[in-house]
Ligand binder design. Structure first.
Ligand code: ATP
Ligand code: MG
Length: 453
């Protein structure tokens, strides 16, 4: 009797529910079809007319139910990749690990994938249990079981406007609970990135991670080390640009995940001034995200690591290095140490360095160098960065604003602005803004050069 109860309980935990899925009509899930991408609807219609099952799935359904605007729309179907491709004029099969089809409608791509079977014993894993290959087709029910959280395992049929829910995801979503499907510990082992996804959904939806889904995270946090750097990088970008970056960072620290991603973070966050800088950078990022503006990863990481670079830079100058050399060495060291945990892609490293290396140039600009800086592709980003530093009281805010005005000026306004600036510096002599710093001895500590409180 008791074993039967345990069996039932385990059965409920590890397999899909015996009762079959819940089917929710429009009044129950509240999705307004007008908020659904017409291209995603089209893909479902075409597949259904050809006799297949097809649903909008994943994050889009979750966000629509929560009244948020989905980032993109994915479709799941029982048609194979070849069958999907043959039904659309502009469709291509992509991916090795998972084959899926991109159905292209101008700028919008509807990612369409075949129902997949969940993890099985035959699956290829690494020595920690991380799944390396996962390309078995499966049933609808199996597809639901291999998804990560209940609130991500919802299927919306735009034709009859029904939501199919195998794991009580709608109820969890309404209760704002992030709950892993199946055995959380095993599922984090299969794919440690799920721990980061739990954090992101909790922050984004203002939700709680359900206790059993939360419990294994601290123990499993180190498994992050086995995840390929490029995937970690993508996920960190998603965490920082989900519109709730600070909540994400707080949770990453709380659950012991941060040190595997951003090794400096604990140090910086425990110092009030450094923390203030990161707070501001993330607040600005969140505002941009919520306003639908693009975020540059280079800028974001430049901000996240700046205070560490700044400390090393000052130290280098103090130790007698020339300003620029000290900055270059500080940047290289910080990026190097960061790469031990999570490598930042080379092109973004390039952007970061350009943003950083332009900072001292704002301090001692001449009209000639100002015109040269203008041509620099990262000029605008570097001026934004200067503003951030001014907001953190690292540089004079009037000075930073002048550069911002210059960056925003119409081409014909620039020359008079630069002339006026030079004139003012001549008239007022040392102490009159940016050019003052030009006359400072080169080997002055960077802290003194950059700090104009
Ligand atoms: P976002 O809003 O960031 O796009 P999302 O949930 O749509 O969130 P995607 O990475 O686009 O995230 O994935 C689409 C769906 O695929 C998810 O909703 C989930 O059902 C499933 N999925 C994604 N990543 C995983 C994973 N690591 N393990 C299991 N299922 C996953
Ligand atoms: Mg998505």
């Amino acid at each position: 009797m008791l074993t039967e109860t345990i069996k039932n309980f385990v059965g409920r935990l590890f397999s899909s529910p015996a009762r079959g899925p819940e089917r929710l009509r429009r009044e129950k899930h509240g999705i307004d079809r007008r908020n659904v991408s017409r291209h995603a609807i089209k893909v479902c219609e075409v597949l259904q007319q050809a006799g297949f099952d097809a649903y909008i799935v994943g994050g889009a359904v979750r966000d629509l139910i929560m009244g948020l605007e989905p980032k993109d729309f994915d479709v799941a179907t029982n048609a194979t990749p070849n069958e999907i491709r043959s039904l659309f004029r502009r469709a291509r099969i992509i991916g090795k690990r998972f084959q899926l089809v991109h159905v292209v409608f101008g700028p919008e791509i509807i990612e369409t994938s075949t129902f997949r079977a969940p993890a099985s014993d035959e699956q290829e894993t690494d020595e920690h249990g991380r799944i390396l290959r996962d390309n078995q087709f499966g049933t609808h029910e199996q597809d639901a079981a291999r998804r990560d959280f209940t609130l991500n395992a919802l299927y919306y049929n735009p034709v009859n406007e029904e939501v199919i829910d195998y794991h009580r995801g709608v109820a969890d979503l309404k209760k704002k609970l992030v709950r892993m499907i199946g055995d959380p510990q095993l599922r984090y082992r299969e794919d440690p990135v799920r721990m980061l996804r739990a954090v992101r959904f909790a922050a984004k939806l203002n939700a709680t991670i359900e206790p059993a889904s939360l419990a294994p995270i601290k123990q499993a946090a180190h498994l992050i080390e086995n995840v390929p750097a490029s995937r970690l990088f993508d996920e960190v970008i998603k965490l920082l640009t989900c519109g709730h970056a600070m909540e994400c960072l707080e949770k990453l620290r709380e659950f012991g995940l941060a040190s595997y991603l951003l090794p400096y973070l604990d140090d910086l966050m425990s110092n009030p001034e450094d923390r203030h800088f990161i707070d501001m950078a993330l607040e600005r990022t969140d505002l941009r995200v919520r306003a639908g503006k693009p975020i540059s990863p280079g800028f974001l990481f430049a901000a996240m690591l700046w205070r560490m670079v700044d400390k090393r830079w000052k130290q280098g100058v103090y130790d007698g290095l020339p300003t620029m050399q000290a900055l270059i060495e500080a940047a290289d060291r910080v990026i190097d140490e960061q790469s031990g945990q999570m490598a930042i892609q080379k092109r973004f490293q390039g952007d970061m360095k350009e943003i950083w290396f332009m900072q001292p140039r704002f301090e001692r600009a001449t009209p000639k160098s100002i015109w040269r800086m203008f041509e620099h592709p990262r000029f605008r980003a570097a001026v934004d960065f200067l503003q951030l530093r001014a907001a953190g009281h690292e540089v004079d805010s009037v000075h930073a604003q002048w550069w911002m005005d210059l960056a925003n000026a119409e081409p014909e306004e620039r020359s008079p602005m630069i002339d006026a600036y030079q004139q003012r510096n001549r008239n007022e002599g040392p102490g009159a803004g940016p050019a003052r710093r030009k006359r400072r001895p080169r080997r002055k500590p960077a802290g003194a050069a950059a700090n104009v409180h």
